[in-house]
Design a binder for this molecule. Structure first.
Ligand code: NAI
Length: 652
């Protein structure tokens, strides 16, 4: 930024004919400010200084008399997008890596370098607020249709086009009427109406105000011309807030997990998955989606057919109008009832039913047919890796790669080892997880690993509250108020109460299961899948009564066993550090990201705030949906998305 300032100053006296700003790196335009600078923003003065720096610099750029153009190829995020917005023209290169957005909100802050002024003025406030409040990004074509880009061009003509546009003027297209109408909404007093509507949406998503940035964005846009320097109160309270600090921590934790999955050797090309059930089918579909060639084996042809059908639905969702992409992914997923793919695979993932003898028998049969250096992995969630590793033919080693359900939306995968697992095998397994764009958490073999081990006592405590007479909706409401995307009983219903019962037995040190759970399971009420559990389920949604108030301190009571078990897993070395435990629990359960993770919360807010706790997690280690997320570049975000740490677009 200092260099850009110096260049612009020089051009003051010697103006060029035109200025094109592009990146010298192939994959990125600019991914945003250096987030390490945000860590030191501990006083309002420092926060103000950082905002002022970019605000003034980009205003200088926007005011120059010569034509300016941003040629955007690759990721263009946060400060990068604000720089592009300060140019007269924006050309985007139409290729999959190109993405634009203002994801500051995911770090608990706002786009203070002109984004809040220029984006609404350019594309209209509704679309601009949508991008700024959710942090989602758009691809090249969407940027063009929104009016964020003036042109989208293929790479081979990008430079010639940029030159032509800055020297001869841009495309002479009339701005579409609809967009001109949208821009009118940026005028006072209509602005106030738009702001009120946006605020309503934000309040519905975050009624307790755990995340101050979205409200500040609306206020700064509507009442301060997008200039955060005119709103010193907002500036200080948002940038210096514990939420911003914690979301920054979550960002770093995510980077830490990504680093675990770094590729060190040759990436896998072929995968063979055995078991086409709930998990195996979805793991195979995901691998093919990520570009691997996958053979999928099951002894039951019907299960294979169902899994292939589900994969096609996934590709239709992910690729949308890109029919060719969807087709190519579907072609990479090959049904293989006889298991011929075993011999060619770089990694074989076993995801058959949870039965020790069946798994051992299968390994005996396939191990001799595998390539010598191929990885043998199991998706088991409850069997001991030590037991499964007994007597593997040819001295072969087994590693655990524990996916969560639903595979497509859960970002975390636990990579399970024993003391006997060679470090190189652990590293290769983690790299495979990274290759799938999932976050690899190394864990030592132990009942429930990390995620299920901490969720089980928390869900059981919630059920004990029901045994004591509390309504399920009151129990869940206490944790939703804490900030969890879903309460523990809705989570249990989602996972399946039979599975919750089995996991509880394994993980609760021989304690009696809660009476309500026994009653429901005995009555065939298994939760969402059977339509009845703690709730009655209709159209995939639990029907909740208006919750009578929960007794004070309920959230603290429910969190206590989760915290105790998390400490135990760290002390026992199941997970290597408290930081990694927080990371695993946030990305594996959806634990309220604004807290920075359970142990971090306990250490900071928790001490003072046991009285004001908010909440708890939301997904199952074994089976649950976590926070909703916008997984693709231009997918509308669902409620809660803006804070979801697991979105990809957290790069600012
Ligand atoms: P599932 O019962 O839905 O599917 C198992 C599949 O394996 C069935 O289609 C069955 O026909 C097939 N199968 C069984 N024996 C076979 C053999 N010898 N050869 C070929 N196919 C065989 O089970 P699910 O839920 O998919 O679980 C699979 C594994 O994943 C288990 O180890 C489970 O612990 C683990 N897991 C399950 C999770 C869940 O939420 N369901 C979450 C994480 C792990």
């Amino acid at each position: 930024m200092a260099e850009l300032g110096a260049v612009l100053a020089r051009f003051e006296t010697m103006p060029p004919r035109a200025l094109i700003i592009r990146s010298g790196k192939p994959g990125n335009f600019i991914v945003g400010a250096d987030i390490n600078e945000f860590g030191g923003l501990d006083t309002p003065e420092k926060a103000r200084e950082l905002v002022a720096r970019g605000w003034h610099l980009f205003n200088t750029l926007a005011a120059v008399r010569y034509p300016t153009l941003a040629l955007v190829r690759g990721h263009c995020l946060g400060g990068g997008t604000e720089l592009a917005l300060a140019c007269r023209w924006r050309i985007v290169v139409d290729e999959p890596a190109t993405s634009l957005g203002l994801p500051e909100v995911m770090l608990g802050i706002f786009p203070g370098w002109g984004g809040m002024r220029r984006l609404p003025a350019l594309i209209g406030p509704p679309a601009a607020l949508d991008l700024m409040l959710t942090g989602k990004t758009v691809d090249a074509r969407r940027a063009l249709s929104l009016g964020l880009a003036d042109l989208a061009v293929p790479p081979r003509v990008m430079e010639a086009t940029a030159r032509l546009v800055v020297l001869q003027g841009g495309p002479k297209r009339r701005t579409p009427l609809a967009r001109r109408m949208q821009r009118l909404l940026d005028l006072w007093p209509v602005k106030r109406l738009v702001a009120r509507r946006a605020l309503k949406t934000v309040e519905a998503r975050d009624p307790r105000g755990h995340y101050p940035a979205p409200r500040a964005i609306i206020d700064i846009w509507a009442n301060h011309g997008g200039n955060a320097l005119n709103a010193p109160g907002q500036l200080a309270s948002v940038i210096g807030s514990p939420t911003a600090r914690n979301l920054l921590r979550v960002f770093r934790l995510r980077e830490q997990l990504k680093a675990q999955g770094k590729q060190t050797g040759t990436p896998a090309k072929r995968v063979h998955v055995i078991g086409a059930g709930v998990m195996g089918g979805d793991i195979a579909a995901w691998c093919a989606y990520k570009g691997l060639t996958v053979s999928l084996q099951d002894q039951d042809g019907g299960r294979l057919a169902t899994a292939i059908g589900r994969a096609q639905q996934l590709y239709a969702r992910k690729f949308r109008r890109d029919l060719r992409g969807a087709r190519a992914a579907a072609d990479r997923l090959i049904p293989d009832p006889q298991g011929a793919g075993v011999a060619h695979a770089d990694i074989v993932i076993e995801a058959i039913s949870e039965n020790l003898e069946a798994k051992l028998g299968l390994y005996r049969e396939i191990a001799p047919r595998m390539k010598a250096d191929a990885i043998l992995a199991t998706n088991t969630s409850s069997l001991r890796l030590e037991d499964l590793s007994q007597g593997l033919p040819g001295g072969r080693q087994l590693v655990g790669i524990h996916f969560f359900n639903p595979v497509a939306s859960m970002p975390l995968v636990e990579v399970v080892h024993t003391d006997a697992t060679p470090p190189a095998l652990r590293a290769r397994a983690a790299a495979f997880v990274g290759q799938l764009d999932k976050l690899a958490l190394p864990v030592r073999s132990a009942p429930g690993f990390l995620v299920n081990a901490v969720l089980a006592p928390y869900m059981l405590e919630a059920m004990r509250c029901v045994d004591e007479g509390l309504a399920p909706s009151s129990v869940d409401a206490a944790m939703e108020a804490f900030g969890m995307p879903m309460g523990p009983l809705e989570l249990a219903d989602t996972v399946g109460l039979d599975i919750a019962m089995a996991a509880g037995k394994q993980l609760s040190d021989g304690e009696q299961p809660p009476a309500c759970l026994v009653r429901l399971v005995d009555g065939g009420k298994l939760g969402r899948k059977s339509g009845k559990g703690f709730y009655i389920w209709e159209d995939g949604k639990p029907q909740k009564d208006a919750a009578p108030g929960a007794p004070p301190g309920l959230a603290s009571r429910l969190l206590a066993p989760l915290l105790a078990r998390t400490h135990k897993q760290v002390d026992d070395g199941v997970v290597a550090s408290a930081e990694l435990a927080d990371a695993g629990i946030i990305f594996g359960t959806g634990f309220a990201p604004f807290t920075g993770g359970p142990l971090h919360w306990e250490q900071h807010a928790g001490q003072a705030g046991a009285a004001a706790p908010a909440a708890a997690p939301a997904s199952t280690g074994t089976t649950a949906p976590a926070t909703p997320r916008n997984e693709h570049t231009h997918k509308p975000a669902e409620p809660g998305t803006m804070h979801d740490p697991s979105t990809k677009e957290t790069k600012t």
